[in-house]
Design a protein. Structure first.
Length: 132
């Protein structure tokens, strides 16, 4: 099991918990995953970034270049998708305020909040570290 670095997603049973799990499955499903471990904790727990690599068909554009003008947060230059960034962009995770994070994750969360997507549709969503 790999814990996504810099984010916290809703827990099972928590509002949007199932949606976050399903979205992660869609992002990762059938793709090769590249894990960049940032640290290993107790019992071999790995925390790191996970990138779902686009495989594409011959001749298919997998550059990830945005031709729509809508942005491509969470996508790398080769069309690969960072799972943590994608979940935050979809409003299905918080940037982790309890540990190291990045300016990009904070920015993606603020954008999701402004657009009221995912869990930000709720008046006062409870972060997983405060949910019991």
């Amino acid at each position: 099991m790999v814990y996504l670095w810099g984010i916290q997603a809703p827990r099972p049973g928590q509002p949007f918990g199932a949606a976050a799990t399903e979205a992660a499955g869609r992002i990762c499903g059938g793709k090769r995953l590249h894990v960049a471990a940032r640290r290993a904790g107790p019992e071999g727990r790995i925390t790191g970034s996970v990138v779902a690599e686009e495989t594409g068909s011959p001749g298919e554009d997998t550059t990830g270049k945005d031709t729509t003008g809508k942005g491509n947060a969470g996508k790398g230059s080769s069309g690969n998708q960072d799972v943590g960034r994608a979940l935050i962009r979809l409003g299905l995770a918080w940037q982790d305020q309890r540990g190291p994070s990045s300016a990009q994750l904070r920015s993606l969360e603020q954008e999701a909040r402004r657009e009221e997507v995912g869990l930000w549709q709720q008046e006062a969503p409870t972060p997983p570290w405060a949910w019991r």
